[in-house]
Design a protein around this ligand. Structure first.
Ligand code: VG1
Ligand code: CO
Length: 540
């Protein structure tokens, strides 16, 4: 066994987006693609001696190949130890927990999250640092620069490492510890929530369905909901992680979690439904024939913090991405909690959590979490909802409607226009930005523009400034936000977020209520004219 130095040619597209590097599987499968990217990270880290990282993925196609490459490159670069989930599996939230619990230097999660997998799907690598969260742009930019100039990488020449058995082995001087990726995570959940109360809930006959979408959360969910809490066997569906997710698009929303939606809207529906995405950081919450919008979920969780043992003595504050509805800030205002607004991407919450400015945070894209880790956490959100149900004895729909009664309702819809040529999307955004100053004071029927500007975030901790999206606010408590996706693997996706707050009028249908605003949003940005699309490809 020896360390080999291999000469390589740089790729020019290894820029991390909203959440790590995300590409078509076939792009990642190109010669030395993973090697270049990972070596670039180690070059930026500098001396890896004494450093320890967690490694694993959501089990998608190429997980098994990429993980072996990373192990061998880490060993050749002098890493002291890798902690790896058995069979190469670890969820994004569990990886964050492993980093924090063991005070590691960071980690690698092999996942393209909610994007489809397989040879024609997507692959990705999320890189976290010692904060437990994904590296901030200042670091990922350096890695990108490095990747454009890389000329060689170091790799250990050896047989593949067997990751199927728990225990410790060596590759040269590097220690490899294969761990059960579920155990410590489940123990943390038991610390946060009142598992006895949840066991009583299921003992009384409460029924749930959790859709793991054939991705990484299956083993976590079976362990926690069925084995520890006593939900009936079969409560977790699509529980076995598969390399192609069984053909599913592991994005937990009304469009892609079809099987679960049908169960929850069908005869004899269980009391509660939930789904997670590929790497276990997103969640969708459902009642019988009832959908909780992620923005409402964050607000409801915040309003109920005192029901949970870990938060009962108080929380510091809350935060949402700018695109997420303002619902949580109304709870913040009522309860004297600061409410921060950050760019899209969980990494922007990390400084706020580290500096004890916030405890809870969330995104409209089905992400909810707290400072127990530095990633969003799908199973945590599900346990939170189950705890609210156990404590109040109310159904999902009753809890949500009571929340609207108390605070009013923030109607919310996101329209995605996918596969738009990059130049078209970039021009649309640039022209729209240029037009914003002319919109102020203008009326479009019932909608009078009160503010129109790019969203700029000044991080109160590290002083960095980030521009992300364009916001138009109207005098009638409604907003439109436009931004380009940073997680796609081909072309551009234009996301248009629409929201309208109503103090009364609580029982409408979101799509109906927001129809005029969504039409106005498309008109202002000239979506049809520029993209040829007469309607959104996906609405969530
Ligand atoms: C999307 C979501 C964003 C989320 C990100 C990563 O990014 O909008 O809220 O943080 O995915 O989610 P974008 O740039 O495509 O809008 V995950 O589950 O990949 O970590
Ligand atoms: Co994800």
């Amino acid at each position: 066994m020896t360390i080999k130095t291999v000469s390589t040619t740089p790729y020019d597209d290894q820029k991390m987006g909203t959440a790590g590097l995300r590409k078509k599987s076939k792009v990642v499968m190109q010669e030395n693609y993973v090697e270049n990217f990972v070596q670039s990270i180690f070059n930026v880290i500098g001396d890896a001696k004494g450093k320890v990282y967690v490694l694993g993925g959501d089990g998608r196609f190429y997980n098994d190949i990429a993980i072996q490459k990373i192990i061998k490159i880490a060993a050749a670069n002098g890493v002291s130890k890798l902690i790896i989930g058995r069979n190469g599996y670890v969820s994004t939230p569990a990886a964050s927990h492993i980093i924090l619990m063991n005070k590691l230097d960071g980690g690698f999660v092999l996942s393209a999250s909610h994007n489809p997998g397989g040879i024609n799907g997507d692959f990705g690598i999320k890189y976290a640092n010692q904060s437990g969260g994904q590296a901030p742009s200042q670091i990922s930019d350096k890695i990108y620069q490095e990747s454009k100039n890389i000329r060689e990488y170091k790799i250990y020449e050896s047989e593949d490492i067997d990751l199927s058995e728990l225990g410790t082995q060596k590759l040269g001087d590097m220690t490899i510890e294969v761990i059960d990726p579920v155990k410590d995570y489940a123990a943390m959940m038991e610390q946060i929530f009142d598992f006895n109360a949840l066991r009583q809930l299921f003992a009384k006959g409460f029924r749930m369905k959790f859709d793991a979408m054939n991705a990484v959360t299956g083993p976590y969910a079976v362990k926690i909901f069925e084995e520890m809490l006593g939900a009936e066997k079969g409560s977790v569906i699509n529980a076995k992680p598969l390399p192609d997710f069984g053909g599913l698009h592991p994005d937990p929303n009304l469009v892609y979690a079809k099987e679960l939606i049908n169960i929850m809207n069908g005869k004899d529906a269980p009391d509660f439904g939930a789904a997670n995405d590929g790497d276990g950081d997103r969640n969708m919450i459902l009642g019988q024939n009832f959908f909780v919008s992620p923005s409402d979920s964050l607000a409801i969780i915040t309003d109920n913090y005192a029901l949970i043992p870990a938060y009962k003595d108080g929380i510091f504050g809350v935060a949402r991405s700018a695109a997420t509805s303002t619902a949580v800030c109304r709870v913040g205002a009522a309860r004297n909690l600061p409410c921060y607004e950050v760019p899209t991407g969980w990494k922007y919450f990390v400084n706020l959590m580290d500096s004890k400015r916030i405890t809870f945070c969330g995104e409209e894209s089905f992400g909810t979490g707290s400072s127990h880790i530095r990633e969003k956490d799908g199973i945590w959100a599900v346990l939170f909802w189950l705890s609210i149900i156990a404590a109040t004895g109310k159904s999902v729909a009753e809890i949500t409607k009571a929340h609207w009664q108390k605070y009013g309702r923030t109607y919310y819809i996101r329209n995605d226009y996918e596969g738009v040529p990059t130049e078209v999307a970039d021009k649309l955004m640039a022209d729209l930005e240029a037009k914003l100053p002319t919109l102020k004071g203008k009326s479009f029927g019932a909608y009078t523009v009160s503010e129109a500007a790019p969203f700029i975030y000044n991080d109160p901790v590290d002083g960095s400034s980030t521009k992300n999206g364009l916001i138009i606010k109207f005098a009638n408590d409604s907003r439109i936000i436009y931004r380009l996706s940073g997680t796609g693997s081909s072309g551009a996706t234009i996301r248009v977020y629409n929201e309208q707050y109503k103090k009364d009028d609580l029982t409408g249908d979101s799509a109906e209520v927001l129809k005029p605003l969504a039409a106005l949003a498309a008109e202002i940005a000239e979506i049809t004219l520029r993209t040829g699309k007469t309607k959104a490809d996906v609405t969530t």
